[in-house]
Design a protein around this ligand. Structure first.
Ligand SMILES: *Cc1c(COP(=O)(O)O)cnc(C)c1O
Length: 449
């Protein structure tokens, strides 16, 4: 079977995520036959480096033999069991390990099955905490401009990417938006640290005015991934933690994309030395194998729900597949690899190599910004380098890079005009060089007229 048969069958029945399906009249969909390590292979033997970890989920390569083995064993023991009234060894061990690995004070785990659902859990828990504590005035959330927290209605409400959100505006929760500390907007000569630090001021103004009615501030620590991989300095997180304490609102850290080593540390919050009141994890949690998410929170929050049943303070939220043992086993196998291979430390070499490679893009006439946090590098194509003027989105320059990449064996999936690398951690320096060269040539091609 070649690619074409499957493409035809696909388009006859499938509606793909985040896609204008009409695009596929001219842009062929790519059927993948198999994956191995950082490589994906189609039905005609073409191979692609998965430079975006299949939407940021893959950690240790496709069909990882160690994760495969753990999953086979799990499936032969227990595939699933209801988590209300029941438990299983895999989820208990996973919870113990997550509590140990995440910032001090996050002592309780609540599971769901995808990132957006974890956000819904955190939002509901925060609101409900205040209700249980006798405070019924707190009903709104504060977010950052350019943020992204998922696609379900409440998660979409606390995000700020117009492209995904605008159509649904009449359906959404009211949210108060503070300007992002996104360092793309810093003044010339200003350091990332200075800019991020001063951007706490508008947030503090909002808190001063609205804290009484606010449940929580929700943020993506260090990188606004879906918001074009915009980045900021950890100092903002530190100041935000202080402000949330001062104004008595929760801090929700959405580490769904940045967790598990993407920013160089296991969790991005570590770089600011903070403990959020809620931490949402998904994506890399299972190494890219299965949908699973978890919200970690404090004893203080947990205790506000802990009471006699008749008092009706319980968190009556559930998903059918909550705590699925196979997903939890994939997560444990992923954590084993982190530990056994000392991955966070080993990644420092890859991070160094990525910065070396990133240097090359800085002088490009149509690159306005090159930024990096750990294992994530983003290259922003601009029409005018000096003023950082963006290309018209309708020109779809990123799509040209995407197409060039596919022709040359690299799956890059630019966000608008931003080309980025977020590879699995099993990539080698030579493969990084190849990926970067294809991106560079693709950017040349996409910006030449
Ligand atoms: C992907 C993502 C989500 C949503 O997760 P899904 O599993 O796609 O629902 C939420 N927040 C951030 C920061 C994400 O990157």
């Amino acid at each position: 079977m070649g690619n074409n048969t499957l493409i035809e069958r696909d388009l006859a029945v499938l509606w793909h995520p985040c896609t204008q399906m009409k695009d596929h009249e001219s842009l062929p969909i790519i059927p993948i036959k198999r994956g191995e390590g950082i490589w994906l292979e189609d039905f005609e033997g073409n191979r692609y480096i998965d430079a975006i970890s299949s939407w940021w989920v893959n950690m240790f390569g496709h069909c990882n033999p160690r994760i495969n083995k753990a999953l086979t064993q799990q499936m032969e023991t227990l595939e699933h069991v209801i988590l209300a009234g029941f438990t299983h060894e895999t989820i208990v061990e996973l919870s113990e390990r997550l509590v140990k690995l995440t910032p001090e004070g996050l002592n309780k785990t609540f599971f769901a099955d995808n990132g957006s659902s974890a956000i819904e859990v955190a939002l509901k828990m925060s609101f409900h905490y205040w209700v249980n504590s006798g405070n019924k005035k707190k009903t709104v959330f504060i977010n950052l401009s350019n943020s992204y927290h998922g696609e379900t209605i409440a998660a979409l409400s606390v995000g700020d990417v117009a492209l995904y959100k605008e159509t649904y505006e009449p359906l959404l929760l009211k949210t108060i938006t503070a300007p992002s500390p996104d360092c793309f907007n810093k003044e010339e000569g200003e350091t990332d640290e200075d800019y991020s630090a001063r951007m706490i001021e508008p947030m503090r103004d909002i808190l001063e005015q609205h804290a009484e009615h606010c449940c929580a501030v929700i943020i993506e620590p260090l990188i606004q991934c879906a918001g074009n991989m915009r980045m900021y300095h950890p100092v903002y997180l530190k100041l935000l933690r202080e402000a949330c304490d001062e104004f008595n609102v929760h801090l929700i850290a959405d580490e769904i994309a940045v967790g598990f080593g993407r920013t160089g540390t296991l969790f991005a919050s570590e770089q600011a030395g903070i403990t959020p009141d809620f931490m949402c994890l998904s994506k890399g949690l299972t190494g890219g194998y299965l949908p699973l998410s978890v919200v970690l929170t404090t004893d203080k929050v947990y205790d506000a729900f802990y009471d006699d049943y008749e008092n009706l303070t319980a968190f009556l939220h559930s998903h059918s597949y909550t705590g699925n043992p196979i997903g939890c086993r994939a997560a444990l196998a992923t954590l084993d690899i982190f530990q056994q291979d000392n991955v966070i430390q080993a990644n420092q070499l890859l991070i160094k190599h990525l910065s070396k490679v990133a240097e090359k893009f800085k002088d490009h006439a149509h690159v306005g910004d090159v930024r990096q946090h750990g294992m994530v590098v983003a290259i922003e194509m601009v029409k005018d380098k000096k003023s950082k003027t963006a290309y018209d989105w309708k020109e779809r320059r990123g799509l040209r890079v995407y197409q060039y990449g596919l022709k040359n064996g690299v799956l890059l999936r630019p966000l608008g005009n931003v080309v980025y690398f977020m590879p699995p951690y099993v990539i080698t320096e030579e493969e990084i060089n190849l990926m970067a060269q294809v991106a560079f040539d693709g950017i040349n091609l996409a910006t030449r007229d």
